[in-house]
Design a protein around this ligand. Structure first.
Ligand SMILES: [Zn+2]
Length: 113
């Protein structure tokens, strides 16, 4: 038997779909999910499987829900945090520079003595 790797290579993303590919004709159903951007994705599930409340949109990665009118809210990734961290980083960097310059000046002063 070969080809297992090829199949694995073409599988995109989230896991629970690979399970039922055993050649048995397990009954499946397709369920539509919509994300906040209006993308529809229609993953299929085994008939007896419990439907996940949300599904990651394969196009934009946002969580998608079964209610087209009310897609799940876009999770807020707070840009301020990373910005603040960036600013902090820069500040401590320039602090470090100041300390370094000071030290160098002291060194020079000492040499001049
Ligand atoms: Zn989407």
């Amino acid at each position: 038997m070969s080809g297992g790797n090829a199949i694995r290579g073409t599988r995109v993303g989230a896991g629970p779909m690979g399970e039922s590919e055993r050649g048995e004709s397990a009954p499946r159903r397709r369920v539509s999910y919509w994300c906040a951007n209006g993308h529809e994705s229609r993953p299929s599930f085994a008939a007896e499987a419990e439907l996940p409340e949300s599904w990651d949109c394969p196009r934009c990665g946002l969580p998608a829900g079964q209610d087209q009118e009310k897609p799940p809210a876009v999770p807020r990734t707070e840009p301020y945090k990373s910005h603040l961290a960036y600013v902090k980083e820069r500040r401590s960097e320039s602090d470090g520079e100041a300390i370094l310059t000071e030290a160098l000046e002291k060194l020079r002063a000492r040499r001049e003595l």
